[in-house]
Design a binder for this molecule. Structure first.
Ligand code: ZN
Length: 280
């Protein structure tokens, strides 16, 4: 638990206008600001933001609160959670229920995050030189490598790394990061550029790996197999980066490939995602 005094102190120092402006358009009118409300289908600015009182209030849907409630409500993707947080009559939602914390999913997210960081580190070593050259050829440089958390999987190493971190082998296999054949354990992603796939909240769902091998016997891309958290049909690559622009404009573009997403985004088209293969 965080001390109440600390919360009050942060609240008094946080600039509610600049924080809300990161998520939606705001205009100054008199002492207050007006923002396009992100919590309902708003067309004209309906949300009043008071820098003096450090609060916001939407006069259409009733969303309101302080800087904490805004960020909490905004960042939640679940409609149910947003509805609940604005005091919506939950019985109207029928069978939809608020999900309790899913410990099994959280454990996989944590392992995937460690794997992502491992792949990112390997890309920066001498092992990752060929991968770097490929990315250079695609004009994907340092900034975008970081923005999209791109990494490299060499022929082996991930499984050992994860086991040393304390993840049980069965979990690594179930999470789609390793396989086992006749008692031999191997990394599933080998000699591939790694594109991590994050959900709307930035949790690492799984990976897609592009081979660096010219030989056509290697599939150009492989994805994490279907796991408890990686469900191809429900996944949009880059949704974690694009969601704010999608919410603002209520539009999105769907591309075929990850590099298309990166290229479009580089040209200023930010509300862009890619479907996973033919799953759409
Ligand atoms: Zn509203």
């Amino acid at each position: 638990m965080i001390d109440n005094d600390i919360i009050e102190d942060i609240k008094s120092k946080a600039d509610i206008v600049s924080i809300i402006s990161q998520y939606t358009d705001t205009t100054k009118k008199g002492r207050n600001y007006w923002a396009v409300c992100p919590f309902h289908q708003d067309t004209s600015p309906s949300m009043s933001v008071s820098p003096d009182k450090n609060i916001y209030k939407c006069f259409v849907c009733g969303a309101g609160g302080n800087v904490f409630t805004f960020v909490q409500e905004y960042k939640k993707i679940s409609f149910v959670e947003v509805a609940q947080s604005i005091g919506y009559d939950m019985s109207k939602l029928g069978s939809l229920k608020v999900k309790p914390v899913d410990k099994k999913a959280e454990a996989l997210f944590e392992m995937n995050k460690d794997a992502m960081n491992y792949f990112k580190t390997i890309l920066k070593t001498t092992e990752g030189i060929k991968a770097k050259q490929y990315l250079d050829g695609r004009k994907i440089f340092e900034d975008e490598i970081n923005e999209y958390n791109i990494g490299y999987a060499s022929n082996s190493g991930l499984c050992n790394f994860l086991e040393k971190k304390g993840y049980p082998l069965q979990m690594i296999i179930a999470g789609g990061l390793a396989g086992e054949k006749e008692g031999e354990v191997y990394d599933n992603f080998r000699n591939r550029i790694i594109f991590p796939i994050l959900d709307i909240n930035g949790k690492v769902l799984g990976f897609s790996g592009r081979t660096l091998n010219q030989d056509s016997k290697f599939a150009k891309y492989i994805n994490t197999k279907e796991t408890y958290v990686f469900k191809k049909k429900e996944i949009l690559y880059n949704i974690n980066n694009a969601i704010q622009d999608i919410r603002k404009s209520k539009k999105l573009y769907i591309c075929e490939g990850f590099t298309d997403v990166i290229t479009l985004s580089r040209c200023g088209v930010k509300k862009v995602v890619a479907a996973m293969g033919t799953a759409i």
